[in-house]
Design a protein around this ligand. Sequence first.
Ligand SMILES: *Cc1c(COP(=O)(O)O)cnc(C)c1O
Length: 384
Amino acid sequence: MEAELTAVLAERRAQALYRTRRVVDGPQAPQQVIDGRPVLSFCSNDYLGLANHPEVIAALQRGADDYGVGAGAAHLINGHARAHHALEEELAEFTGRERALLFSTGYMANLGVITALLGKADAVFEDRLNHASLIDAGLLSGARLRRYLHADPSSLDGGLDKHPQGRRLIVTDGVFSMDGDLAPLPALAASAARNKAWLMVDDAHGLGVLGRQGRGTLDHYGMDAREVPVLMGTLGKAFGTSGAFVAGSEALIETLIQQARSYIYTTALPPALAEATRTSLRLLQSGDERRECLAALIRRFRNGAKQLGLELMASETPIQPIVVGEAARAVAISEALLQHGILVTAIRPPTVPAGSARLRVTLSAAHSEAQVDRLLDALGEVAT
Ligand SMILES: *Cc1c(COP(=O)(O)O)cnc(C)c1O
């Protein structure tokens, strides 16, 4: 085994696809200590700067005083705390749906929903650039999995025509995690309605960031639960905590409670984390200052990058990738930025398609204009 694994690892290294971890000291914030040295980082999904917000931290501490640390059991045994229940009600209200159900991670939420809704007789239609957890969920469900061209409703229609039988679920990211663009939800919903298919949106990167009071990509488009009956959101990004939820009708949520294996057979989130998330939900809804600040930083970055002649993607969200092509070049630029004290991770295949390796810059309301300017200066030196 050793010899075989070592050979495969060496091959990965030769292709500039080897991944390593960096060790972070201290909280998630723009200025971090990583591998023992100070860096300015642009790769977190903490878009609103809530991961290290004093009120969220205080809520977690109060939660620990009230509930202790571990939930002790799964939700259906005796791990479903009042804090979880209250958070679910607040998330249902926030998303304008009858109910919401907490999961321990977004990955597990996606596995749970898709496997609960679909089986061998059914079909699932996924955007080619969907998050890995959605693809894995489609495979695990046993349904026929068809991947349509990115953000292309006519490619989706072609697939739907070929699979008229069984339940049919269309699944898409709301905001694509590695590109930052939005799914064409109105066209996808129209296609779903014409074909009597169901539409599910994973809004991991839209909630908190887009729409009125951060209500997400659906609100941005003015769409409701009738058009998108299955909404999934994560809590580890703009919410700044951890976990995930699915929001929808009474029947959908009861189905998940009965059937979603990644809900049933796992320990509930720590209740204190639910308390912390209730506070971030309140902060994220109260006022738009964080979102306005973020929007200004996005504009500043895009203008500066254009002046440098960098190729940006069509993204108005905090995800601002710079596509460089080859994995080795992305790694080289990322390392050169680190020499300037700036951390932007290189994203390589298989996370993104071959030949589209990129530096995935993400901005946060916690960044300052001066910090964005520092990033632009460094990019000007190493990436142009
Ligand atoms: C991060 C992410 C997930 C997974 O959520 P976790 O809570 O981190 O497991 C799912 N879908 C999308 C689109 C994501 O970006």
